[in-house]
Design a protein around this ligand. Sequence first.
Ligand code: MG
Length: 276
Amino acid sequence: MIIRKSKSEIEGMARAGALLQETLQLVAEHVEPGVSMLELDRIADEHLASKGGIPTSKGYKGFPAALCISPNSMVVHGIPNGYRAKEGDLISLDLGVTLDGLVTDSAITVPVGEISPEAQRLLDVCQEALAAGIAEAQVGNRLSDISHAIQVVVEDSGFSVVRSLVGHGVGRSYHEDPQIPNYGPAGKGPLLAEGMTLAIEPMITAGRPEVYVHDDDWSISSVDESLAAHFEHTVAVTAEGPRILTRTLESSAAKPPTPGEKPGSATPGAGAALLR
Ligand code: MG
Protein backbone atom coordinates (compact mmCIF):
# COMPACT_ATOMS: atom_id res chain seq x y z
CA MET A 1 0.00 0.00 0.00
CA ILE A 2 1.32 3.44 -0.91
CA ILE A 3 1.04 5.76 2.10
CA ARG A 4 -0.12 9.27 1.18
CA LYS A 5 1.23 11.85 3.59
CA SER A 6 -0.62 14.83 5.02
CA LYS A 7 0.52 18.37 4.25
CA SER A 8 2.06 18.62 7.72
CA GLU A 9 3.95 15.36 7.24
CA ILE A 10 5.31 16.68 3.95
CA GLU A 11 6.45 19.87 5.69
CA GLY A 12 8.14 17.72 8.32
CA MET A 13 9.83 15.67 5.62
CA ALA A 14 11.04 18.90 3.99
CA ARG A 15 12.72 19.82 7.31
CA ALA A 16 14.38 16.39 7.46
CA GLY A 17 15.36 16.76 3.80
CA ALA A 18 16.91 20.17 4.38
CA LEU A 19 19.07 18.76 7.17
CA LEU A 20 19.99 15.84 4.92
CA GLN A 21 21.00 18.19 2.10
CA GLU A 22 23.05 20.36 4.43
CA THR A 23 24.84 17.25 5.73
CA LEU A 24 25.54 15.80 2.30
CA GLN A 25 26.86 19.16 1.13
CA LEU A 26 29.18 19.33 4.15
CA VAL A 27 30.50 15.84 3.39
CA ALA A 28 30.93 16.68 -0.31
CA GLU A 29 33.10 19.66 0.64
CA HIS A 30 35.51 17.19 2.29
CA VAL A 31 35.76 14.83 -0.69
CA GLU A 32 39.33 15.32 -1.91
CA PRO A 33 42.36 13.15 -2.60
CA GLY A 34 43.50 11.42 0.60
CA VAL A 35 40.30 11.66 2.63
CA SER A 36 39.21 8.32 4.07
CA MET A 37 35.68 6.98 3.82
CA LEU A 38 35.59 6.60 7.63
CA GLU A 39 36.33 10.31 7.99
CA LEU A 40 33.48 11.22 5.63
CA ASP A 41 31.12 9.03 7.64
CA ARG A 42 32.23 10.65 10.89
CA ILE A 43 31.53 14.13 9.46
CA ALA A 44 27.98 13.10 8.55
CA ASP A 45 27.34 11.35 11.85
CA GLU A 46 28.58 14.24 14.00
CA HIS A 47 26.76 16.90 11.99
CA LEU A 48 23.45 15.04 12.23
CA ALA A 49 23.91 14.47 15.96
CA SER A 50 24.56 18.19 16.48
CA LYS A 51 21.26 19.02 14.76
CA GLY A 52 19.05 16.39 16.37
CA GLY A 53 18.84 14.25 13.23
CA ILE A 54 19.24 10.49 13.11
CA PRO A 55 21.15 8.70 10.34
CA THR A 56 18.44 6.30 9.21
CA SER A 57 20.84 3.69 7.83
CA LYS A 58 22.76 3.25 11.08
CA GLY A 59 21.52 0.00 12.56
CA TYR A 60 19.06 -0.52 9.68
CA LYS A 61 19.13 -4.32 9.19
CA GLY A 62 22.52 -4.16 10.86
CA PHE A 63 24.15 -1.54 8.60
CA PRO A 64 26.98 -0.07 10.70
CA ALA A 65 27.32 3.52 9.43
CA ALA A 66 25.56 6.82 8.83
CA LEU A 67 26.52 7.06 5.17
CA CYS A 68 26.62 4.49 2.42
CA ILE A 69 29.83 5.33 0.56
CA SER A 70 30.43 3.60 -2.76
CA PRO A 71 33.57 4.44 -4.76
CA ASN A 72 33.99 3.99 -8.52
CA SER A 73 32.52 0.67 -9.72
CA MET A 74 30.60 0.24 -6.46
CA VAL A 75 27.00 1.26 -7.12
CA VAL A 76 25.41 1.39 -3.67
CA HIS A 77 25.49 0.26 -0.02
CA GLY A 78 29.25 0.58 0.51
CA ILE A 79 30.30 0.36 4.14
CA PRO A 80 32.68 3.24 4.99
CA ASN A 81 36.20 1.88 5.47
CA GLY A 82 39.82 2.99 5.41
CA TYR A 83 39.89 3.50 1.64
CA ARG A 84 41.28 6.92 0.76
CA ALA A 85 39.91 8.89 -2.19
CA LYS A 86 42.21 9.27 -5.19
CA GLU A 87 42.28 11.92 -7.90
CA GLY A 88 39.84 10.86 -10.62
CA ASP A 89 37.60 8.75 -8.37
CA LEU A 90 33.83 8.97 -8.25
CA ILE A 91 32.47 8.67 -4.71
CA SER A 92 28.76 7.97 -4.27
CA LEU A 93 27.29 9.20 -0.99
CA ASP A 94 23.84 7.95 0.02
CA LEU A 95 22.20 9.28 3.18
CA GLY A 96 18.90 8.73 4.97
CA VAL A 97 17.89 11.22 7.66
CA THR A 98 15.15 10.82 10.24
CA LEU A 99 13.96 13.99 11.97
CA ASP A 100 10.97 14.11 14.30
CA GLY A 101 10.02 10.62 13.14
CA LEU A 102 9.99 11.38 9.40
CA VAL A 103 12.47 9.94 6.92
CA THR A 104 14.05 11.31 3.73
CA ASP A 105 16.64 9.78 1.41
CA SER A 106 19.08 11.34 -1.04
CA ALA A 107 22.30 10.50 -2.84
CA ILE A 108 24.97 12.24 -4.90
CA THR A 109 28.06 11.07 -6.73
CA VAL A 110 30.98 13.41 -6.16
CA PRO A 111 34.08 13.72 -8.38
CA VAL A 112 37.50 13.65 -6.70
CA GLY A 113 39.65 16.36 -8.28
CA GLU A 114 39.90 16.09 -12.05
CA ILE A 115 37.90 13.23 -13.57
CA SER A 116 37.82 11.78 -17.09
CA PRO A 117 35.39 13.24 -19.65
CA GLU A 118 33.57 9.87 -19.69
CA ALA A 119 33.16 9.94 -15.90
CA GLN A 120 31.85 13.50 -16.11
CA ARG A 121 29.36 12.45 -18.78
CA LEU A 122 28.19 9.60 -16.55
CA LEU A 123 27.49 12.08 -13.73
CA ASP A 124 25.71 14.48 -16.07
CA VAL A 125 23.53 11.75 -17.56
CA CYS A 126 22.61 10.34 -14.14
CA GLN A 127 21.48 13.80 -13.01
CA GLU A 128 19.55 14.35 -16.23
CA ALA A 129 17.87 10.98 -15.72
CA LEU A 130 16.91 11.91 -12.16
CA ALA A 131 15.45 15.23 -13.37
CA ALA A 132 13.50 13.44 -16.10
CA GLY A 133 12.12 10.97 -13.56
CA ILE A 134 11.18 13.71 -11.11
CA ALA A 135 9.39 15.65 -13.86
CA GLU A 136 7.04 12.66 -14.30
CA ALA A 137 6.06 12.58 -10.59
CA GLN A 138 2.75 14.27 -11.41
CA VAL A 139 -0.79 13.65 -10.19
CA GLY A 140 -2.50 11.44 -12.77
CA ASN A 141 0.66 9.93 -14.23
CA ARG A 142 1.41 6.22 -13.75
CA LEU A 143 4.34 5.09 -11.63
CA SER A 144 6.23 3.62 -14.58
CA ASP A 145 6.20 6.99 -16.35
CA ILE A 146 9.01 7.83 -13.91
CA SER A 147 10.82 4.56 -14.66
CA HIS A 148 10.56 4.95 -18.40
CA ALA A 149 11.74 8.57 -18.44
CA ILE A 150 14.87 7.56 -16.52
CA GLN A 151 15.61 4.60 -18.79
CA VAL A 152 15.31 6.67 -21.97
CA VAL A 153 17.82 9.29 -20.79
CA VAL A 154 20.33 6.68 -19.59
CA GLU A 155 20.17 4.31 -22.52
CA ASP A 156 20.02 7.03 -25.19
CA SER A 157 23.37 8.14 -23.76
CA GLY A 158 24.87 4.66 -24.12
CA PHE A 159 24.93 3.87 -20.41
CA SER A 160 23.15 1.10 -18.47
CA VAL A 161 20.41 1.09 -15.84
CA VAL A 162 21.10 -1.33 -12.99
CA ARG A 163 17.93 -3.38 -13.08
CA SER A 164 18.14 -5.21 -9.77
CA LEU A 165 18.09 -1.99 -7.72
CA VAL A 166 15.04 0.25 -7.40
CA GLY A 167 13.76 3.49 -5.90
CA HIS A 168 11.02 3.34 -3.29
CA GLY A 169 8.39 5.09 -1.24
CA VAL A 170 9.75 6.82 1.88
CA GLY A 171 8.54 8.99 4.74
CA ARG A 172 7.11 7.14 7.71
CA SER A 173 9.83 4.55 7.22
CA TYR A 174 12.98 4.14 5.11
CA HIS A 175 11.52 1.81 2.52
CA GLU A 176 7.81 1.89 1.74
CA ASP A 177 5.75 0.87 -1.25
CA PRO A 178 5.98 1.27 -4.16
CA GLN A 179 9.19 -0.06 -5.65
CA ILE A 180 10.32 2.23 -8.48
CA PRO A 181 12.40 0.50 -11.16
CA ASN A 182 14.56 2.72 -13.34
CA TYR A 183 13.39 1.05 -16.54
CA GLY A 184 10.23 -0.22 -18.16
CA PRO A 185 7.41 0.84 -20.47
CA ALA A 186 5.51 4.04 -19.65
CA GLY A 187 1.90 4.04 -18.48
CA LYS A 188 1.97 1.07 -16.08
CA GLY A 189 1.51 0.65 -12.35
CA PRO A 190 -0.41 2.70 -9.82
CA LEU A 191 -1.74 6.17 -10.58
CA LEU A 192 0.28 8.83 -8.82
CA ALA A 193 -1.72 10.84 -6.31
CA GLU A 194 -1.23 13.86 -4.10
CA GLY A 195 0.71 13.09 -0.92
CA MET A 196 2.81 10.22 -2.28
CA THR A 197 6.46 10.65 -1.31
CA LEU A 198 8.96 8.85 -3.51
CA ALA A 199 12.73 8.30 -3.36
CA ILE A 200 13.63 8.45 -7.05
CA GLU A 201 17.15 7.17 -7.65
CA PRO A 202 18.73 6.22 -10.97
CA MET A 203 21.67 3.86 -10.40
CA ILE A 204 23.64 3.57 -13.62
CA THR A 205 26.89 2.19 -14.98
CA ALA A 206 29.17 3.14 -17.84
CA GLY A 207 29.30 -0.51 -18.93
CA ARG A 208 27.02 -3.46 -18.47
CA PRO A 209 24.03 -3.41 -16.07
CA GLU A 210 24.86 -6.55 -14.04
CA VAL A 211 25.93 -6.15 -10.43
CA TYR A 212 27.08 -8.44 -7.62
CA VAL A 213 26.97 -8.31 -3.83
CA HIS A 214 30.33 -8.35 -2.01
CA ASP A 215 31.18 -10.79 0.80
CA ASP A 216 30.14 -8.16 3.38
CA ASP A 217 26.53 -8.80 2.21
CA TRP A 218 26.05 -5.06 1.63
CA SER A 219 28.27 -3.49 -1.00
CA ILE A 220 27.07 -3.86 -4.59
CA SER A 221 29.39 -3.31 -7.57
CA SER A 222 29.23 -3.62 -11.33
CA VAL A 223 30.32 -7.07 -12.53
CA ASP A 224 32.44 -5.59 -15.33
CA GLU A 225 34.02 -3.05 -12.93
CA SER A 226 32.69 -0.15 -14.99
CA LEU A 227 32.16 3.17 -13.22
CA ALA A 228 28.81 3.75 -11.51
CA ALA A 229 26.80 6.85 -10.60
CA HIS A 230 23.85 7.38 -8.27
CA PHE A 231 21.74 10.48 -7.71
CA GLU A 232 18.61 10.47 -5.59
CA HIS A 233 16.00 12.88 -4.29
CA THR A 234 12.94 12.41 -2.12
CA VAL A 235 10.02 13.94 -4.02
CA ALA A 236 6.44 14.66 -2.97
CA VAL A 237 3.65 14.42 -5.54
CA THR A 238 1.60 17.59 -5.02
CA ALA A 239 -1.28 19.34 -6.79
CA GLU A 240 1.28 21.92 -7.95
CA GLY A 241 3.64 19.28 -9.37
CA PRO A 242 6.64 17.40 -8.02
CA ARG A 243 8.24 18.96 -4.95
CA ILE A 244 11.85 17.98 -4.15
CA LEU A 245 12.03 17.61 -0.37
CA THR A 246 15.77 16.91 -0.07
CA ARG A 247 16.85 20.49 -0.67
CA THR A 248 17.19 23.64 1.39
CA LEU A 249 13.78 24.70 2.69
CA GLU A 250 13.72 27.75 0.39
CA SER A 251 14.40 25.74 -2.76
CA SER A 252 12.17 22.81 -1.80
CA ALA A 253 9.24 25.24 -1.69
CA ALA A 254 10.19 26.68 -5.08
CA LYS A 255 8.57 25.86 -8.39
CA PRO A 256 8.81 22.26 -9.56
CA PRO A 257 11.54 21.35 -12.04
CA THR A 258 10.69 21.40 -15.71
CA PRO A 259 11.73 18.54 -17.98
CA GLY A 260 15.36 18.86 -18.99
CA GLU A 261 16.31 20.95 -15.97
CA LYS A 262 19.03 19.39 -13.85
CA PRO A 263 18.45 19.11 -10.10
CA GLY A 264 22.08 20.11 -9.58
CA SER A 265 25.34 20.18 -11.43
CA ALA A 266 28.38 18.00 -10.87
CA THR A 267 31.18 20.08 -12.28
CA PRO A 268 34.58 19.07 -10.86
CA GLY A 269 35.41 20.83 -7.64
CA ALA A 270 31.86 22.05 -7.23
CA GLY A 271 30.66 19.23 -5.01
CA ALA A 272 29.38 21.76 -2.51
CA ALA A 273 27.06 23.24 -5.11
CA LEU A 274 25.45 19.95 -6.01
CA LEU A 275 22.46 20.22 -3.76
CA ARG A 276 21.76 23.89 -3.36
MG1 MG B 1 16.89 5.23 -1.58
